[in-house]
Structures are given as C-alpha cells and as structure tokens.
Design a protein around this ligand. Structure first.
Ligand SMILES: [Zn+2]
Length: 285
C-alpha cells in the first residue's frame, strides 16, 4: 500500500510547486477543493486523490470486523464517492472493493437484524398462542376430570351375574299383594349379589315376604332393596362401593325360585321401575 501511494504522489507532486508558487500551496488547494468544483483547481486530482486516500485509509481502518455499522457506512459513502469522481487507481479500486465489501457486510448485518427482529416477533406470537392453547387444554382437562368423577359417582353396576330377568316392575300376579314393586334377577342360589353403586348399608335382616333383605342408601339418598338373599355379607352402617359383594342369591321369603328382587326407592320413598334407573346410570339389565 505504501508503494502505491509513493508511486502516485511521485510524478504529480513535481508539478505542484510551480502551480501554487509557495509552500502553503497544498493546503490552499485542498481548501479550494472543499469549496466547490474539483476539476477547476489546478493539480486538483492529485491533491484530492491524496485526501481521498487518507479518508479511504481511515475508512479501511475503522471498518474492521465488529465496527459500528453506522459510522462505517458514512465513511464508505464519502470515500467511494470520491473514488468514482476521481477515476480510480489500483489503490482506489482496492478501497472500493473494501468499501463494497463493507457495504455488503453492513447490508448483511441489517438484513440479519431484521430477520432477528422478525424471529423474536414470531417466537413471541408462538408463545402467546401456546399459552392460550395450554389454557384451553387445561380447561378441557378439568371439565373431563369433573365429568369422569361425576360418571364414576353415578355409574351403577348390575347386581349379579349369569341371571335372567323373571319379573318386571308393575307386573300383576298372585305372588304379590299389589303389582310387582321391583325387578327380579334369577340366578342359582349362592350367586354373589353386588352393591349397584357407592353407598351405606342402612338395614339388614329378615323382612317377611322379602325374606333376608339388605337396604343400601346411595350417596344421592336413593334406597336400593336387595331381597330373598341366602346370605347377607354386610352389616348396618357399613360403607360399600359399587360392585362390592354384599350377599348371595337365595329364595327366602315369598318366592318361586332363587333370585334377587331389586327395588329402587328415590329418597327412601315409593319404588320406581328399576329398569330405566339402571339404564339412566349406564347399564342395561
Ligand atoms: Zn321380585
């Protein structure tokens, strides 16, 4: 680089003293050049060339990696403008190359900054969306859990296995003083009887035509009567869960064969048809 500079200054400097006629000529020429038209100043190109070289050199120095892009940019504009006005030399083209590279780097960093800003925006939007979705999912999960708990609480199970229905609710017949007040599940003696839902055993024992009977009060206050049992496996006050074995099928009381007679009495009142009650609570007898 110093070789280039020496080459250019060398021949042109020779004409200088004659044009300016004094030692301060160079400084004056520079002043002129700064004022207006470069080309009107005698020996101008050589002088400006030197000035531009100096500016370009400063630009080059200040344009190292990690330099402030704003200040690098202003240097670049100034020196590249001078270079094109003065029809470049090797030195100038070298600096122009440096300049355009610096500009490219500057453009790249600007583009990068824009991309980074866009990425930050996108990320924030995505996080927002994620939070909203998580909240919605959490709500759904809470609802599902609530519903599951509700179902688990209300779901009934059938009172025995391997049965067939022999007498429906409301049937008339010689066996009953009034119409049939329950639903009969016929199965061999000794077949287990299950609590149809969670509840508390409120009464056990002999009950006339019902034979051996267990009364369970469910959590909603509905009474379930289990009649004609051959065995009673629970006692009054005991808490039972749906599906738990509470006794065994028999033919005690007023019966024509082994079965469990089920009555459903909402709130401990009059009996209702057990069949739709089972269906309502999720099982079909
Ligand atoms: Zn019956």
């Amino acid at each position: 680089m110093s070789n280039h500079r020496a080459d250019h200054r060398g021949p042109k400097r020779a004409t200088y003293p004659s044009a300016a006629g004094q030692t301060g000529g160079r400084r004056r020429a520079l002043k002129h050049a700064a004022k207006s038209n470069f080309r009107k100043v005698p020996g101008g190109p050589a002088v400006i060339g030197a000035a531009a070289l100096a500016i370009a050199a400063v630009g080059a120095i200040s344009m190292g990696p990690g330099v402030n892009p704003a200040s690098a940019n202003s240097d670049v504009k100034f020196s590249s403008g001078s270079a094109s006005a003065l029809s470049g030399t090797d030195a100038f083209s070298f600096f122009s190359e440096r300049d355009s590279r610096a500009q490219a780097i500057s453009r790249d960093s600007q583009r990068q900054a824009l991309q980074d800003a866009a990425k930050v925006k996108l990320k924030a939007a995505a996080e927002d969306q994620m939070q909203q979705r998580n909240a919605a999912l959490s709500n759904l999960r809470n609802l599902a859990e609530k519903r599951a708990t509700q179902i688990a609480k209300d779901l009934w199970v059938l009172p025995t296995v391997g049965y067939h229905l022999t007498a429906r609710f409301g049937m008339a017949g010689g066996l009953w003083a009034n119409n049939h007040t329950g639903l009969d599940f016929a199965a061999p003696t000794g077949t287990p009887i299950f609590a149809v839902a969670n509840g508390v055993i409120s009464e056990t024992g002999w009950a006339g035509s019902y034979g051996n009977r267990t009364i369970e009060t469910l959590t909603d206050g509905t009474e379930i009567w289990y009649a004609h049992q051959s065995a009673i496996n629970v006692h009054s006050g005991e808490t039972v869960t749906g599906g738990e074995t509470i006794g065994a099928i028999g033919s005690t009381g007023n019966t024509t064969g082994p079965h469990v007679h089920i009555e459903v009495r909402p709130g401990g009142g009059d009996p209702v048809d057990p069949y739709p009650a089972f269906v309502y609570h999720g099982v079909t007898p």
